[in-house]
Design a protein around this ligand. Structure first.
Ligand code: HEC
Length: 70
């Protein structure tokens, strides 16, 4: 098991270890939304692309707020 002390230099918060299931869920949602964005891009429908991109990009902020310092 890697200890928090071994992660020096990164900006990940310590709760990444205690909340690992949630962290993984955030990553899984990012991957799912990426697949949706890919499908929207292939459809060529701009409204669909905008909506899919918004959902995809929202994952970045959610996870950084929860797990990244600043
Ligand atoms: C599952 C959680 C999660 C998701 C989703 C996520 N990030 Fe991150 N991200 C992190 C964590 C945690 C770090 C800090 C890692 C470190 O410093 O060791 C980070 C770091 C970064 C950094 C480096 C910042 C720095 O100051 O060094 C960039 C750039 C970044 N993320 C961009 C993105 C973008 C763009 C997205 C969306 C497409 C995204 N991330 C989605 C968790 C996430």
């Amino acid at each position: 098991m890697v200890s928090v002390q071994d992660t020096e230099g990164g900006k990940a918060k310590a709760n990444i270890w205690t909340d690992a299931a949630k962290f993984k869920a955030n990553g899984d949602k990012l991957a799912a939304d990426a697949a949706r964005l890919d499908a929207a891009a292939k459809s060529g429908n701009l409204d669909q692309i905008k909506a899919a991109f918004g959902a995809y990009a929202g994952n970045c902020k959610t996870c950084h707020d929860e797990f990244r310092n600043n």
